[in-house]
Design a protein around this ligand. Structure first.
Ligand code: ADP
Length: 548
């Protein structure tokens, strides 16, 4: 029997219409150099209609790609809403990728138009001659008029001022009916090996993911919220916070390019967010800043701090909670999973110290996402919280392929192989111990680099720590701890080793130690352990033993 329910496609257009017609009073606030600017969702919807007209007038039809090269701000939100709703495909270019990666992805996606922020014109100007399909660039932002527009006029590219185009365009647009399974947006992973890989989100997957981000367990968003996505809209969709906010009627407060602790904290004081999301490094910096500025208080408005993108140390969560009254919740996901797939809130009835076991892990699966742990041969392992293997996921907002790129190694029987290694328990909680490529194999046992790093970062003198496996004749591999000390701190490896021994089994303790100035990072800011392994292999590190 078929249902009697109406066929109502789940599209970005529905989110846009809902935002305009039901939450016209919601607002998007954007940070400027010294103040704020703001527009209502009703105004955003009108500007989205004008943008759609402008793009049509530049020849954008069908599913052509419109790239964005923008920070988190009102104009980026307008593109997020207008481009998919007109049936075209939004391609958020990750400005932090290496130049050759950006060239690759703009050409691979065949971007026709790029919308760029005024402040990013110099960066785009260097890349644009290598973007083969781009015909038009729209320069957005309050300072667009004084940007060096000539630097963008290369190879026949036409350059336009975003606001001028919008002012000349109609304020209403006949949004087409769009198939919910068609492409709405695309994002490339940073591709730590080989070329970046494109993930193409459907309208339906984006809609359902936005609902999952709005759920009580994730953001619990309502129209009384003010959501601050610090995590960029150019990487993994700002964790879906932009669409989820418009859908929920929550206002958005956007940091634009001011992402350092000081301007961020100033912005938070002014814009008073209730919910925010960023990677651990950002919250670490905010924590240090708050520690140094006792008069600064955020807890009266900021009810939830979402964190993920890499493992979130319990020590960071505890410090924010104990010293500043901020409640941090860890989430896990990846570009391929839209990204949010699990959220680390403890089970009912688990309180006090017992909570940390769950809050330190990667969280409980969201409805719409399924997971399993598999062994080396692809054999499913028990869901007992003990068996360690590769995490595989499938679900309503998980990609089943990469754009124009067969990579069968990444998929198995309809499951996405995440490349993350860990356990899954009977209540659907994931605990990751490593990336598959970073696991340390010592004498037939696996040592979790993430566990050692988290334990080390709980030491008051340690700012950051990365642990990698180094070759060992007897054990195959042994852990090397690379440690960044806090300013002014001096501490010996033996002391750190004793500190670790309180929480880590003896055979897992690193017997090689080195102090470095900063942990090398990938283009998207994750620890780049390949570089550390290379430094070690090239003899560039001064390594001490664990008893030194
Ligand atoms: P990239 O472009 O680098 O692939 P993603 O944001 O897609 O960027 O990265 C996804 C990966 O980030 C995951 O597979 C996982 O390894 C890591 N990650 C994300 N969230 C967490 C978390 N809470 N704990 C540990 N690792 C995480």
């Amino acid at each position: 029997m078929r249902s009697t329910m109406q066929e109502f496609p789940l599209t970005i257009g529905v989110i846009l219409r809902h935002g305009a017609e039901v939450h016209g009073d919601g607002e998007v606030v954007t940070a400027t150099a010294d103040s704020l600017r703001s527009e209502s969702y009703a105004q955003v919807a009108v500007r989205a209609a004008r943008l759609a007209h402008a793009l049509r007038s530049l020849g954008i039809t069908g599913d052509q790609r419109v790239g964005t090269f923008q920070w988190n701000n009102a104009e980026h939100l307008e593109a997020y809403l207008a481009v998919p709703s007109m049936g075209a495909v939004l391609h958020t270019l990750n400005i932090r990728l290496f130049p050759e990666q950006l060239t690759y992805i703009a050409n691979h996606a065949e971007d026709r138009v790029v919308v760029v922020d005024d402040s990013l014109v110099p960066l785009l100007a260097r890349l644009l001659p290598t973007f083969e399909t781009v015909q038009h660039v729209l320069v957005a932002g309050p300072e667009a008029g004084s940007a060096d527009l000539d630097s963008l006029r290369t190879g026949g590219v036409e350059v336009h001022l975003y606001d001028e185009l919008l002012d000349a365009a109609d304020a209403t647009f006949a949004w087409p009916d769009v198939d919910e399974l068609d492409a709405a947006a695309m994002c490339y992973t940073s591709g730590t090996t080989g070329n970046p890989k494109g993930v193409v989100y459907s309208h339906r997957s984006a809609y359902l993911h936005s609902m999952a981000v709005s759920l009580g367990v994730t953001g619990g968003l309502t129209w009384t919220d003010r959501v601050l996505p610090i995590v960029p809209m150019f990487h993994a969709n700002a964790w879906g916070l932009a669409y989820a906010s418009v859908m929920s009627g929550a206002s958005l407060v956007m940091p634009d390019r001011w992402l350092q602790a000081e301007p961020l904290c100033r912005f938070m004081r002014q814009a008073r967010p209730t919910v925010s999301g960023a990677v651990p490094t950002v919250w670490n910096d905010v924590l240090s800043y708050l520690d140094q500025h006792e008069d600064l208080e955020l807890a009266s408005h900021l009810r939830l701090v979402l964190c993920g993108g890499s493992a979130v140390p319990v020590s960071l969560q505890q410090a924010l909670s104990e010293r500043h009254g901020l409640h941090m919740v860890q989430a896990w996901g990846m570009t391929e999973t839209s990204p949010v797939a699990s959220v680390a809130r403890p089970p009912a009835g688990v309180e006090g110290d017992g909570e940390w076991h769950y809050r330190g892990g990667q969280g409980r699966l969201l409805p719409g996402i399924e997971a399993r742990i598999v062994g080396d041969a692809g054999d499913p392992l028990p869901r007992d919280g003990e068996a360690v293997g590769e995490l595989e996921v499938r679900g309503a907002w998980v990609t089943g392929a990469y754009y124009k790129d067969d990579d069968p190694e990444k998929f198995r029987d309809g499951w996405l192989r995440t490349g993350d290694v860990g356990t899954l328990d009977g209540l659907g909680y994931i605990t990751l111990t490593d990336r598959a490529k970073d696991v340390i194999k010592s004498g037939g046992e696996w040592i979790s680099s993430v566990e050692l790093e988290n334990a080390l970062m709980a030491h008051p003198d340690v700012q950051e720590a990365a642990v990698v496996g180094i070759p060992d004749e007897k054990w195959q591999e042994r852990p090397l701890a690379t440690v960044v000390l806090r300013e002014g701190a001096t501490v010996r490896p033996a002391e750190l080793r004793d500190f670790l021994a309180r929480s880590v089994a003896r055979w897992q303790l690193p017997d090689a130690w080195t102090f470095i100035e900063a942990v090398p990072r990938t283009s998207v800011g994750k620890f780049d352990k390949k570089v550390i392994r290379r430094w070690y292999a090239d003899g560039e590190l001064e390594v001490a033993g664990g008893s030194d």
